[in-house]
Write a protein that binds this ligand. Structure first.
Ligand code: IVH
Length: 665
């Protein structure tokens, strides 16, 4: 064999082993300098000898592959999730069921890793593709990102075909460092390791995933019979032998309910000291024959359950209760807390909903309170620790006047909430802006609550249309603390992009009283365009499922209110899409909501076919060029439309450009 090829093979083996020692065994065998030196040598050799290129070379792990969308992958066997249980008595029931089926109660207990599951496919020992769970039936191809995860082998020591499944996760420390950096860059922080891992694996550019330092544990072999394997424990050993990272320290063979309980007690103590987040324990019947006998429901295997830890509670001091004013004028009391970390993120505030809620919990300012994260995300004040009161605590008193504009608050008969009735109250305006930009409305990345408040106070944004003029302040924004060219450009791009959102988003964003995101979608589907809604009668609204007399009245009044109509006109003039973009919600920011005109002969597809595709994506394709046209697509021998477009300064795309976009959809 050629000397070069020999050296390449030698380096690949050496680097793969070093990766394995470091990332799987947690036992480094090369210094960082040695590792870098060998990797660089291999990179140079591969660059100079492309004939020896190989998709499983360790040089492929640095990232760089960029995809333009995620391909769908149908799982060969469904990727099921597990039934959750929350206390020992439910585990006892599970155990009883197992015993009743004459199955020996021998289980493997494992940590439930807080990440996202992945399916890895190898053919002839080489990693061919990796997919997310998706809906369990169809997932997404994330191979380009998975290749950057060093604990996942690109090739196996045997030339076998095999699928294994496991969890991709972000170590706690990695999230901490990542969030510190994001705070400096003024980017939204990741709430927890799971969101961070999911956000990283859903990147089109694998360089980003590579930087995120994800890790893996493998815990499931879908086709054990193909390898003559009889128990789950053997499957874990086999996958370990193949070079996968299996959580050996945690996985334990146990017998009966008492040993399961002992396992849970042990790890409850160790949980905080682990370098990764776990949210429970998975209990699996060990014998694969018994697993087969027990079978599956449509959603879950009957041979395993997930015991979930109770939401974590921590104690802190309730410093104060302050009041905020929502966009409808609703007043909410909020707990101001001594900052405290709950499940990996800092909590400083928690909503206390309304006066009755605070009274019911009997909270006093100065109390020591316990906090937990409901659904792992939203912080909640659980209770006051009354035994810790010193007598210095102050009673909670509901306010009478708006904390912002001082107007006397009102409370309607039979309702729990107080409202500020002043429609000009500045707080309501800020909240209205926040609502408009929020995720379920226009979803403008980078315009979060605090930034909007700042921009409002600085005078950049007073009313919704001002959002779209932010670009005129580009230089001022760049000079603001915490901003730079890149973050301002990203923000401005996100604002531009939001112009082509489907109708339901604008509709929800407008903040019509009582219209949530779901109702907005129902309305958008029904009416198709805002213009149709402007023409609708009260009865037209009332005829829609889910809409009763109050909502119908709110809608009708909104669309006949002079101020609101002015706002709608202003948004239209800015070029905000006011049409529903199709049942399937097909969307592409380069196409959706735009007005196209096609001229000349296109080689790659007929004009009618192209028009249909554009319309599927919520664009319009019309025949004549006007000032309102966004883009003219020009083929061979274009007619006068081309000249007119040039005259009006309208964007012109050639065949190559539109073909590139269509191919990428
Ligand atoms: S076994 C059919 N084992 O928890 C077997 N799952 O609620 C399916 N998970 O979707 C999974 N750690 O993402 C299994 N040691 C572990 C796990 C684990 C975390 C996740 C996985 C799964 C979810 C089930």
């Amino acid at each position: 064999m050629d000397e070069i090829k020999k050296r390449i093979d030698y380096l690949r083996t050496l680097i793969n082993k070093a990766n394995y020692d470091y990332y799987v065994l947690d036992n480094p065998t090369l210094t960082d300098q040695e590792f870098d030196k060998y990797l660089r040598e291999l990179e140079v050799l591969e660059k100079n000898h492309p004939e020896y290129d190989s998709s499983d070379s360790p040089t492929k792990r640095v990232g760089g592959e960029v995809i333009d969308k995620f391909k769908k992958v149908k799982h060969q066997l469904p990727m099921l999730s597990l039934p959750d249980v929350f206390d020992i008595s439910e585990i006892e029931e599970f155990n009883k069921r197992i015993v009743k089926e004459n199955v020996e109660p021998i289980y493997v207990c494992e940590y439930k890793i807080d990440g996202l599951s992945v399916s890895l496919h190898y053919e002839k020992g080489k990693l061919i593709y990796a997919a997310t769970r998706g809906d369990g039936i169809v997932g997404e191809d994330i191979t380009h990102n998975v290749k950057t995860i060093k604990s996942i082998p690109l090739s196996l020591p045997e030339d076998i075909d095999i699928e294994v499944r496991g969890e991709i996760f972000m170590p706690k420390k990695v999230l901490e460092v990542l969030n510190e950096q994001r705070a400096k860059d003024n980017l939204p922080l990741f709430q927890n390791v799971r969101n961070a891992a999911a956000g990283s694996i859903r990147q089109l550019d694998s360089k980003i995933a590579a930087e995120r330092k994800l890790d893996s544990f493998i815990y499931h072999l879908p086709n054990p019979q193909d390898y003559g394997i009889k128990t789950h424990q053997e499957a874990l050993d086999y996958m370990k032998k193949l070079g996968f990272k299996v959580n050996e320290k945690a996985n334990k063979l146990v017998k009966g309910i008492n040993e399961i309980e002992a396992y849970i007690n042990d790890i409850t103590n160790e949980r905080d000291s682990l370098p990764y987040e776990i949210d429970g324990v998975v209990i699996k019947v060990n014998s694969l024959e018994s697993q087969q006998l027990l079978g599956f429901t449509s959603k879950y295997p009957k041979w395993a359950i997930a015991y979930k830890f109770p939401a974590k509670e921590v104690l802190t001091k309730l410093q104060d209760i302050i009041f905020t004013v929502g966009r409808t004028g609703r007043i909410t009391p909020n707990a101001v807390l001594d900052p405290v970390i709950v499940m990996g993120s800092t909590v400083k505030r928690a909503t206390l909903h309304n006066e009755d809620y605070v009274l019911m919990k009997d909270l006093k300012i100065g109390d020591i309170v316990s906090i937990r994260k409901a659904g792992d995300v939203i912080p909640e004040v659980v209770e006051a620790k009354k035994e810790r009161r010193t007598g210095e605590e102050k009673d909670f008193v509901m306010i009478d006047n708006c904390p912002i504009c001082n107007t006397l608050l009102i409370k309607k008969e039979g309702q729990v909430d107080y409202y500020c009735p002043n429609i000009l109250c500045p707080a309501r305006k800020v909240e209205g802006l926040i609502h408009y930009c929020s995720r379920k409305a226009m979803n403008i990345d980078g315009l979060g609550d605090e930034i909007i408040e700042d921009f409002y106070n600085m005078g950049f944004i007073k009313v919704i249309p001002d959002i779209y003029s932010l670009k005129d302040y580009r230089q001022d924004l760049i000079e603001l603390e915490g901003y730079g060219n890149k973050s301002v450009d990203n923000l401005l791009a996100a604002i531009e992009e939001s112009k082509s959102n489907s109708l339901e988003r604008v509709l929800f964003g407008l903040g019509i009283s009582g219209i949530g995101d779901k109702t907005a979608l129902t309305l958008a589907k029904k009416f198709k365009s805002l213009d149709n809604m402007l023409e609708a009668s009260y009865e037209d609204f009332l005829n829609i499922d889910d809409i009763g007399p109050t909502l119908a009245k709110n809608l009708y009044e909104f669309f006949h209110n002079e101020e609101k109509l002015e706002l709608i006109d202003a948004l239209k003039a800015i070029g905000i899409n006011m049409n529903f973009l199709g049942e399937e919600g097909k969307y592409d920011y380069r196409i959706s909501g735009k007005k196209f005109v096609l001229t000349g002969t296109l080689e790659f597809m007929g004009r009618d076919e192209l028009s249909r595709i554009l319309e599927d994506y919520g664009a319009t394709a019309s025949s004549s060029v006007s000032k309102k046209t966004d883009v003219v697509i020009v083929g061979e021998n274009p007619g006068s439309k081309y000249d007119k477009a040039r005259e009006l300064g309208i964007e012109i795309w050639n065949e190559e450009r539109i073909k590139g976009i269509i191919d990428s959809l």
